[in-house]
Design a protein around this ligand. Structure first.
Ligand code: EPU
Length: 334
């Protein structure tokens, strides 16, 4: 175990705070060993791509580096793949695409690890982790025992799960089992730009690898590369508003698109609301809302977590004042 370690290399926002104690684990056994130290509280870190540090971290930070990727069951049309919690999500996607296994191609290029994916039920371009999820294994940080979770146990919802609620900070997800198609793939091309991008790429009969390429193209043209500009992807969730609220905004802005939800509410794009409030591309000190996607807050270099948090509060206030809509952070602010 190391002491007073800078977390700068371990978070994509590029915030420099220290951890009182730091260690890594490469297996369930080494994780259990680390837990025996008794240091509290414990923070499990994956790729550090959905976390904003605003102060030094007390206790023990454990970076999950548990590798492994294997087909554990094979059916006529599908396979189950068990993946280590520390595997980079995009490495897993690339592997799946290469095998011509379908289901995660729309989730290409999402930063972070496989173990973190279920926590916020990662999603993009019409697909969410829950759509390919079978089960996961997680070690209790309190008892060191291995637990098994079904999809129902995980209580997946939009950018949400049990691990963001009652199970928050209580487990380290050590493996995730996912179901992928090996025949009769069902490509999901319904989301906005995918079909247009495939056409631009000259693809007539898209295959899994083409969809992945299209998603990589769209993401890299809109979202900043964390290796160059610190960020955590979407900073806020897209808000769900009552229909009359949506109608009243649309009366003024007929171009506003909403997504009808089964509960009668309408999901509206936070990026659009933020842009209307004049934040897109605006820089405040070392931070700002990204010029190509206002939902992404960025660190232009040397930003403090507190600065980003202040910017987020200013954005929340202006969207509330202008539209009466409450924005909620998607990123975990510590
Ligand atoms: N929009 C604007 N201005 C902006 C940004 C977006 O008007 O500055 C409008 C767009 O024109 C579009 C709509 O908002 O009509 C939706 O934009 P986009 O397709 O870029 O998606 P998003 O709703 O902003 C969500 C996810 C992303 C995911 C994309 C694609 C959330 C919080 N974010 O963003 O996920 O990649 O859809 O599926 O749901 C992430 O979670 O970190 C993330 C990047």
């Amino acid at each position: 175990m190391q002491h007073l370690v800078s977390l700068l290399p371990y978070n994509t926002f590029g915030i420099d705070v220290s951890a009182a104690h730091f260690t890594t684990c490469q297996s369930v056994a080494s994780l259990k060993e680390a837990l025996k130290s008794g240091v509290q509280p414990i923070l499990i870190l994956g790729g550090g791509s959905n976390i904003l540090f605003t102060k030094p971290v007390d206790g023990l930070v454990i970076r999950n580096e548990i590798e492994g990727m294997e087909v554990v069951r094979s059916f006529e049309n599908r396979v189950w793949v068990k993946v280590g919690g520390g595997v980079l999500w995009h490495d897993f996607v690339q592997w799946a695409v290469k095998q011509d296994f379908g289901g995660v191609e729309n989730l290409s290029l999402i930063p972070g690890t496989v173990g973190a994916a279920p926590v916020q039920n990662i999603g993009a371009y019409g697909v969410e982790l829950k759509d390919v999820f079978v089960k996961l294994e997680a070690v209790s940080l309190e008892t060191g025992k291995l637990h098994h979770f079904s999809a129902a146990d995980c209580a997946f919802a939009y950018r949400d799960s049990y691990f963001k609620r009652a199970g928050k900070n209580k487990f380290c997800i050590t493996s995730v089992t996912l179901t992928l198609s090996k025949k009769r793939h069902r490509l999901n091309l319904s989301y906005g730009d995918i079909l247009r991008t495939l056409q631009e790429m000259g693809v007539k009969k898209p295959e899994i690898a083409d969809v992945s390429r299209a998603v990589v193209h769209i993401r890299s043209s809109k979202l900043p590369d964390p290796a160059k500009i610190g960020n955590c992807g979407s900073f806020f969730k897209n808000p769900e508003v009552e229909r009359p609220v949506f109608e009243s905004i649309r009366a003024e802005f007929p171009n506003l698109n909403g997504f009808d939800l089964p509960n009668g509410k309408v999901k509206i794009p936070a990026g659009w609301l933020i842009e209307q409030c004049g934040w897109k591309g605006k820089r405040v000190g070392n931070t700002g809302a990204y010029e190509k996607q206002a939902l992404v807050l960025v660190n232009y270099g040397g930003a403090k977590g507190a600065e980003v948090k202040t910017l987020a509060s200013m954005i929340i206030d202006s969207v509330k004042t202008r539209f009466g809509v409450n924005l909620e952070a998607e990123v975990n602010i510590l």
